[in-house]
Ligand binder design. Structure first.
Ligand SMILES: [Cu+2]
Length: 432
């Protein structure tokens, strides 16, 4: 690992800069309560046993739409999208009991896991006289159940997802994240010593897409040609920007519990507790999602559950400013923000001209959509009438989004969709 790599502005294409500038001008700042969603909301227990219901429900999109979805939910909890984040240690035996309440057969595949069994026998593809019906043992419609067991694979991030009528059911939302940790080292991404991260700064980006026409057809039990899908919504953890930056468990998103606002502290050289954040990418969709965190590279350290290393275990991790995640793939990345220019509001201010007030997007409430303090803690400047200040405590926000720009929209309207923010607090912290 290279602990002192610097933030950099890359050789960005003009469109990147255009996006950056407009986003900087138009992003609503999270409220104080929304500002810190830290750590992974894992479902975990000592028996490594999970009970999941496949069921139907609705999610909301920022443009006011409500979309019928299918997903996995803990049997004791309400419908949620995506399925619960399951966290286990590598090598343990995991049991997942699937209860199907959907009107058609469904199942769960666990790619990357070992010794997969269903109801006690080796899990296997299913067929009838018409041909293949499921990639693994399926639960019958409405009341069926299957008990899957497997041995958790190598440390990393994995999908669990429907293996039945895949093109339709995965698009309908039947997927979730499975986080496999190195035994006894929950603060390491994989078995390598240089994969250490801050457990309070661990995040999943489960990326997916939705064609609302397919969902309406399924809800109304109409035929739909899944080869004709045209995605209009693009999710991180079942939410679109700006909902992505709302906190995990936000009351106004009752069926979409997971936020994706990454919250960084500046790196402190020589402090062993100053560790990078870990961002776990997963693609549950059908196309590539070229994900682009602005302003700071991320270091790819695990791909598809395997550490990025060379012969003899040599470190082969690499910095990227565009993490291109293909369907079914995963990547774990370390994100460390280094104050390379030694900003100091008194002795080393970094001049950034503020936009004219008339060039900012303001309102309709008390919010203003521009943070005038890009370098961590300058004094708030001119703010519109009715606005107290533009950020909480001098923190800085960078945008992170899919670089396939139609994916950074809500039904074609920018900016939204597969987009979130990275928040960097001042070195002294953020009193609130
Ligand atoms: Cu960009």
């Amino acid at each position: 690992m290279n602990p002192t790599r610097s933030p950099r502005f890359t050789t960005a294409a003009p469109v990147v800069l255009a996006v950056a500038i407009v986003v900087a001008l138009t992003m609503p700042m999270p409220s104080a309560a929304a500002a810190t969603t830290d750590g992974l909301p894992c479902e975990a227990n000592s028996a490594n046993t999970f009970s999941l219901d496949a069921k139907a429900g609705y999610v909301s999109t920022p443009d006011g739409n409500s979309i019928y979805m299918w997903s996995y939910s803990s049997s004791t909890k309400a419908f949620q999208l995506p399925g619960p984040m399951l966290c286990v240690d590598s090598g343990v035996t995991v049991t997942v009991v699937l209860h199907n309440t959907l009107p058609e057969a469904t199942s769960i595949l666990f790619p990357g896991q070992h010794h997969q069994r269903a109801d006690g026998h080796p899990a296997q593809p299913q067929a009838d006289s018409t041909g293949l019906t499921s990639l693994t043992d399926a639960a019958a419609p409405l009341t069926g159940s299957v008990t899957y067991t497997f041995t958790a694979g190598s440390p990393g991030t994995y999908l669990y997802e429907s293996g039945t009528d895949v093109a339709k059911q995965r698009e309908m939302g039947l997927s979730g994240a499975l986080v496999v940790r190195p035994p006894g080292q929950p603060d390491h991404a994989n078995g390598r010593a240089d994969s250490a991260f801050d457990l309070n700064r661990e995040y999943v980006y489960l990326l997916s897409e939705v064609d609302p026409d397919l969902h309406l057809a399924v809800e109304r039990k109409r035929a739909f040609d899944v080869t004709k899908t045209k995605a209009r919504y693009f999710f991180i953890n079942g939410r679109s920007m700006p909902d992505t930056i709302a906190p995990t468990g936000a009351a106004w998103l009752p069926n979409q519990p997971y936020g994706s606002l990454v919250h960084l502290k500046p790196f402190v050289p020589g402090d062993p507790n100053s560790r990078p954040a870990l961002v776990r990418y997963l693609n549950a969709g059908s196309v590539n999602y070229p994900f682009h965190p602005h302003g700071n590279d991320q270091r790819v350290i695990t791909e598809d559950g395997q550490p990025v290393q060379g012969a003899g275990g040599s470190d082969a991790s690499y910095d990227k400013f565009l993490i291109d995640i293909g369907p079914g793939q995963s990547a774990d990345t370390l994100d460390q923000w280094v104050d390379a220019e030694h900003w100091n509001g008194e002795t080393n201010p970094i001049p950034v001209p503020l936009p004219q007030l008339q060039d900012q997007i303001v309102g309709p409430g008390t919010e203003t959509w521009f943070s005038e303090n890009p370098y961590l803690g300058g004094q708030p400047g001119e703010v519109p009438a009715g606005v107290v200040r533009n950020n909480q405590c001098g923190e800085y926000y960078m945008v992170a989004h899919s670089h396939a720009l139609e994916q950074a929209t809500n039904y074609g309207a920018s900016f939204g969709g597969m987009m979130t923010l990275v928040r960097i607090d001042p070195a002294a912290g953020c009193p609130s």
